[in-house]
Design a protein around this ligand. Structure first.
Ligand code: PEP
Ligand code: MN
Length: 265
């Protein structure tokens, strides 16, 4: 029996992370850099995004980069810096886990992120399914919604009910954008599933300028939250610099998203 399906579990799942509730009528904002780069960078971003109303701090430490010659993240040290930012700001933290052997390093990370490239890494899914920790599962860039939900099942079927779905764009023939953001996935998943749905307009578009309109479109489509890449100096970001926005731009997205949510829902 599919546990992610609404018909088997009518009410929305609401996931508590510290003081934050994800799902239901809540609209939450996850923000932070693609990669944790150094102490100064992560602290500065964390303080700013908190001031502007974000609820959760993101930051990659183990980066699954397309090229092995690109910056791979600071690994265990990156997680430690993220923990430091959590201590300073009290913001819960999310970071991507790419291998089972790293699990111990993520003990103080509030939400485990499974990236698009690992959406069908079934051994990893089963492993995080055996934990009692929220997991944000990203849609693979060549995966259907059915496959996406079946991957969520791998986590749920092991007993971990705290699964958050994340639409981050899929690969199409269009190459103006990094991926094509499947906004329709939001209302479809909301109808099919009781799990919270977060939209990631940063990876979906790959272009900083498109992050705001696609954020607002996602809120209008009914997402439960946004995950946005924010950097204090986007031009200098060590990964995904073209899609990073500044804390000030995030501020405006949060303000407008809340307005849209209020008008429409
Ligand atoms: C990320 O969020 O840092 C990331 C690598 O995203 P995705 O897995 O969607 O490419
Ligand atoms: Mn990124």
């Amino acid at each position: 029996m599919e546990k992610s399906y609404r018909k088997n579990h009518l009410p929305d799942t609401i996931i508590k992370v510290g003081d934050v509730s994800i799902g239901g009528d809540n609209l939450i904002f996850i923000a932070g850099p693609c990669s944790v780069e150094n102490e100064e960078q992560i602290l500065e971003v964390a303080i700013k995004i908190k001031e502007y109303g974000a609820h959760i701090l993101r930051g990659g430490a183990f980066k699954p980069r397309t090229s092995p010659y690109d910056f791979q993240g600071h690994g265990a040290n990156g997680v430690k810096l993220l923990e430091l930012a959590k201590k300073e700001t009290n913001l819960p933290i999310i970071s991507e886990i790419t291998a089972i052997k790293h699990l111990d390093l993520f003990e103080n990370v509030d939400i485990l992120q499974i990236g698009a490239r690992n959406m069908q890494n079934f051994e990893l899914l089963k492993e995080v399914g055996s934990l009692n920790k929220p997991v944000l599962l990203k849609r693979g860039f060549s995966n259907t919604l059915k496959e996406f939900l079946l991957s969520a099942e791998y986590i749920l079927s092991q007993g971990n009910d705290n699964v958050i779905l994340c639409e981050r764009g899929i690969r199409t023939f269009e190459d103006w954008t990094r991926n094509t953001m499947d906004i329709s996935a939001i209302p479809i998943l909301k109808e099919l599933s009781h799990l919270p749905i977060i939209a990631d307009p940063s990876h979906a578009t790959g272009k900083g300028k498109l992050v705001k309109p696609m954020s607002l479109a996602s809120v209008a489509a009914g997402c439960h939250g946004l995950m946005i890449e924010v950097h204090n100096n986007p031009k200098e970001a060590l990964s995904d610099k073209d899609q990073a926005i500044t804390p000030n731009e995030l501020k405006s997205i949060i303000k407008k998203s809340k307005k849209i949510k209020k008008i429409l829902y």
